[in-house]
Design a protein around this ligand. Structure first.
Ligand code: CU
Ligand code: CU
Length: 282
C-alpha cells in the first residue's frame, strides 16, 4: 500500500528517487501529457467543462484521481516512489528544504523568474517546458514575490471546521468547505499557494512545476482530514443537478469515474500521519 509522506521528512535517497522518477516521465513524454490534460480543463470551451476540475464540487475528487493516475506512472518508473505532500502551513519560506538544490531547486533570477538550480533548472537540460503558456522553455517561479503569504494553520482550521461540503450554486460563488478550500471565497487557501509559488504555478499550465503534485497532495490530505472531522457530512450534491458533477456523475476525461469512487482515499493510499491501516476483517 502506498504511503504518502510529508516532503520535509523524506530522506536524501527518497528525494532523489522522486526527482529521478519525475525526470524519467519528462524524458518519455508522459509528464507533458499530464500538463496538457490539466491545461485543457482550465481552458475548456464551456464553463461546465472547466467546472469538472475547478470551480465546482468535483474539484477534490477530480484532482484525487488525477494525482492517482500520475502516481501510478511514477511507480511504473520506481515502485518505491509515492507522492509527497507539502504542508505549506509549516514549510512556508523560500529557504525551506523543499526549495534546496537537492530537491526542487529554488534559486531564481530576479529579472525573469528562471529557476537556476536543482534538477529542474533549464541549464541542467532535463526539464524543457513544452506545454507551457508561452514559448519560454525554462521553469519559472517567484516564491513569495506575489505579495501574498502562504495560508496559516488557523486559516486552514477555520475552513476544516465548515460542516457543509458544498452548496448551490455549486461554483466559485458557493459557500461551503470545497469552495473555501479551493480558494474562491474566504481566506483563499488552495489558489493562494499557486500565487505564492508564482511563475508556472500561477498559470494555467501549473503542473509544469513539480511542486504542483505536492501542493495538491496536501489539499487532498486536507479533504481526508475534513472527512474525518465531519463523519456525518457527505459529498454534495448527492442527487442529479444540471450542469454539476453530483455524487454519481462520471467525470471527464475518465468517464467511468465518479466522485463516489474517490471518497475513500484508503482504498488507494494512506498518509504517514494515519498510522497503519486497520487489519482487514476476516
Ligand atoms: Cu487543477
Ligand atoms: Cu491547484
Amino acid at each position: 500500500m502506498t504511503v504518502r509522506k510529508n516532503q520535509a521528512k523524506l530522506t536524501p535517497e527518497e528525494k532523489r528517487a522522486f526527482t529521478n522518477a519525475l525526470l524519467e516521465l519528462k524524458r518519455t513524454g508522459v509528464y507533458d501529457r499530464f500538463v496538457s490534460a490539466h491545461n485543457s480543463f482550465l481552458m475548456a470551451d464551456s464553463d461546465f467543462g472547466n467546472r469538472v476540475a475547478h470551480r465546482g464540487p468535483s474539484f477534490l475528487p477530480w484532482h484525487r484521481r488525477f494525482l492517482l493516475d500520475f502516481e501510478a506512472e511514477l511507480q511504473k518508473v520506481n515502485p518505491k516512489v509515492s507522492l509527497p505532500y507539502w504542508d505549506w502551513t509549516a514549510d512556508r519560506a523560500p529557504d525551506s528544504s523543499l526549495w534546496a538544490a537537492d530537491f526542487l531547486g529554488g534559486t531564481r533570477r530576479a529579472r525573469d523568474g528562471q529557476v537556476l538550480d536543482g534538477p529542474f533548472a533549464y541549464p541542467a537540460g532535463k526539464w524543457p517546458i513544452t506545454a507551457g503558456v508561452d514559448a519560454r522553455q525554462y521553469l519559472r517561479r517567484g516564491l513569495g514575490a506575489g505579495g501574498v503569504q502562504l495560508p496559516t494553520k488557523a486559516e486552514v482550521n477555520a475552513v476544516l471546521a465548515m460542516a457543509e461540503y458544498d452548496a448551490a450554486p455549486w461554483n466559485s460563488a458557493a459557500n461551503g468547505f470545497r469552495n473555501h478550500l479551493e480558494g474562491w471565497r474566504g481566506a483563499n487557501i488552495h489558489n493562494r499557494v499557486h500565487v505564492w509559488v508564482g511563475g508556472h504555478m500561477a498559470s494555467a499550465a501549473s503542473p509544469n512545476d513539480p511542486v504542483f503534485w505536492m501542493h495538491h497532495a496536501f489539499v487532498d490530505m486536507l479533504w481526508a482530514e475534513w472527512q474525518a472531522r465531519h463523519p456525518k457530512s457527505a459529498y454534495l450534491p448527492a442527487g442529479r443537478t444540471p450542469q454539476v458533477i453530483d455524487l454519481h456523475s462520471p467525470m471527464r476525461p475518465w468517464n467511468n469515474v465518479t466522485p463516489a469512487d474517490m471518497l475513500d482515499h484508503r482504498k488507494f493510499y494512506t498518509f504517514d500521519t494515519e498510522g497503519a491501516a486497520a487489519p482487514a476483517k476476516p
